[in-house]
Structures are given as C-alpha cells and as structure tokens.
Design a protein around this ligand. Structure first.
Ligand SMILES: [Zn+2]
Length: 179
C-alpha cells in the first residue's frame, strides 16, 4: 500500500504515554513485541492480539491485531477467522457488561497494510460534540489526542485492567484453546 500519510502505514508514532516508536510495520512490531503498547496486551491468542489503541487516548478504544502480516479478512485462514471474530465478540461483551459503553463502531480499512480492527466505543460527549457515525471518528480521535490529561490516562489504564480481568475470568481462561 502506498498511502504513506495514512496512520496505519506510518513508520513512527508517539503513543499516548509520550513514547516514540519506529517500525517498518506497526502491526508486525506489536505482534513481535518490538512495540510495548500502553497498558500492555489485554489478550493474546494464537493468531491475534487485543490491546488498547496505542495512539488515541479514549477509554475502551480497543484494537484487535492479527499476528500475520496480511491486510484483509479475505487472506485469513479458517482458524484465524474463527479466532478474530471470537476476540471481537468477547471484547464487545466486555465493554458492555463492564458498562464502559453501550455501543461500538467497528472499523477495518484494507488500505492499512496490516490487518487490525478498531473497536471504537461511543460516549455521550462524542455524540454531543460531534454527532454520531463513522464520519466523526477522525474528529473525535483528534479531539481526544489534543485534550488528553492525567485523569484520562488513569481511566484508560484502569479500563484496560478491567477488560484484561474480564478476559481472564469470563472469556478465555489461560489459553486460546478455550475460544
Ligand atoms: Zn505487518
């Protein structure tokens, strides 16, 4: 993919804790542990990783990253498909059952060179300030980055812990086989 300006294809980024990362492919760097995302990995399966979006500081904004370097659901094999859908389902269940949000938006763009799915939570302030719907996600993300403060960071890290606990207790146990 040649869309260099697109965040999914950038070669460096500053995470929401202020740490700068360089990489050839962000998805691969997260998969092989070269990037330590803020709050750490929430769940690691055989083929996928679940964590908080490293760049945009919104509590409960999650990313499911496929470990293999592919950029489309059409390139996944059966086992990978099975796992990614399960991880998304349980992540959504966690967000709802833990009362983090009542509604999410899923985004996956094939122009990003490495397949990842955004699980974007909806909050009242987003609807009030920007409106509802996929076209506002960029503005909401920019706003969250510009207005981040210590309390937001604490809330994000707490939310990550809660979701991690949910995955340990409710969804997956200790191994991916329990999917
Ligand atoms: Zn990659």
């Amino acid at each position: 993919m040649k869309d260099k300006n697109f965040a999914g294809n950038s070669e460096s980024a500053i995470d929401f804790l202020g740490k700068k990362w360089n990489y050839e492919c962000m998805g691969c760097a997260i998969s092989n542990g070269d990037i330590k995302i803020p709050g750490g990995i929430i769940y690691e399966g055989k083929h996928t990783l679940l964590g908080a979006d490293p760049i945009i500081p919104i509590p409960g904004f999650l990313i499911v990253n496929v470990k293999r370097h592919v950029n489309s659901f059409s390139q996944l094999d059966k086992e990978e498909r099975y796992e990614i859908v399960n991880v998304i389902s349980y992540a959504e269940k966690a967000l709802k059952e833990l009362h983090i949000t009542e509604e999410v938006t899923l985004v996956q763009e094939e122009r990003s060179k490495h397949l990842h799915v955004w699980i974007f939570p909806n909050y009242k302030w987003m609807t009030e300030k920007f409106g509802k719907g996929i076209k506002y996600l960029r503005d909401i993300s920019e706003y969250a980055k510009k207005n981040v403060n210590e309390n937001n960071i604490k809330e994000i890290l707490n939310t990550i812990e809660k979701i991690r606990k949910y995955f340990e207790e409710q969804a997956f146990g200790d191994t991916y086989q329990k999917l």
